[in-house]
Design a binder for this molecule. Structure first.
Ligand code: FES
Length: 242
């Protein structure tokens, strides 16, 4: 037979094991009762001590009433109004862009005085035979020589193959009696002196270049003939340079 102390310890252990189960059952039953009874639910809610951490939550979630801003018209009239507004704003924007670009282009284009300088008209009747005239065109001097018949023959008598910059006289003039050239030395850009030099044409005193009566380089450091600008004879007795 087991001793009394052993029996009492076994009884104590079994009672301890049963105690939580009994307590849980009681609690579950109580909760079921509370959730099924509205009165008890209200009472539980009113006695709740829970506070939301989101202060002002209910205010921020309120949706304002926009009904007074809603259109009273039909869907089609609203769409028509939208199309009208989009079209009108588009047209205004396009007109503004066009005006801006136009202003920009007008400002970028050459002014009247610059355009006037682009072409220079010369009255050839004022230049006697055998004389030079210097005009200014686009900031550069232009030599105009009214050549004599003797000068024309002299220019044509030169052996073109012997020239440093071979060019026939007829390729440098549109009318043999009128020689039109830029008055800028092809060496370093000085302005040569007319009716001077070893060849009866132009002489550049800067480094001693000699040009003949056709403006071709004959002696000195200049590598090329004097340049021929764009020009035309629009009518008899008129020269337009440029
Ligand atoms: S610039 Fe004319 S010869 Fe040098």
């Amino acid at each position: 037979m087991a001793p009394l102390s052993t029996v009492s310890r076994a009884l104590a252990r079994s009672s301890l094991r049963q105690l939580p189960a009994a307590t849980t059952g009681t609690t579950t039953t109580a909760l079921r009762t509370m959730s099924s009874s509205p009165a008890l639910r209200d009472a539980a809610a009113s006695s709740s001590t829970f506070e939301s951490p989101f202060k002002g939550e209910s205010k921020s979630t309120k949706v304002p009433n926009f009904s007074k801003y809603l259109s009273k018209g039909s869907t089609s009239s609203n769409a028509l109004f939208s199309y009208f507004m989009v079209g009108t704003l588009g047209a205004i924007s396009a007109a503004g862009a066009k005006s801006t670009i136009q202003e920009f282009l007008v400002n970028m284009s050459a002014s009247a005085d610059v355009l006037a300088m682009a072409k220079v008209e010369v009255d050839l009747n004022a230049i006697p035979e055998g004389k030079n005239v210097i005009i200014k065109w686009r900031g550069k001097p232009v030599f105009i020589r009214h050549r004599t018949q003797a000068e024309i023959e002299e220019a044509n008598s030169v052996n073109v193959a012997s020239l440093r910059d071979p060019q026939a006289d007829e390729d440098r003039v549109k009318k043999p009696e009128w020689l039109v050239m830029l008055g800028v030395c092809t060496h370093l850009g000085c302005v040569p002196i007319g009716e001077a030099g070893d060849y009866g044409g132009w002489f550049c005193p800067c480094h001693g270049s000699h040009y003949d009566i056709s403006g071709r380089i004959r002696k000195g450091p200049a590598p090329l003939n004097l340049e021929i600008p764009e020009y035309d004879f629009p009518e008899e007795g008129k020269l337009v340079v440029g």
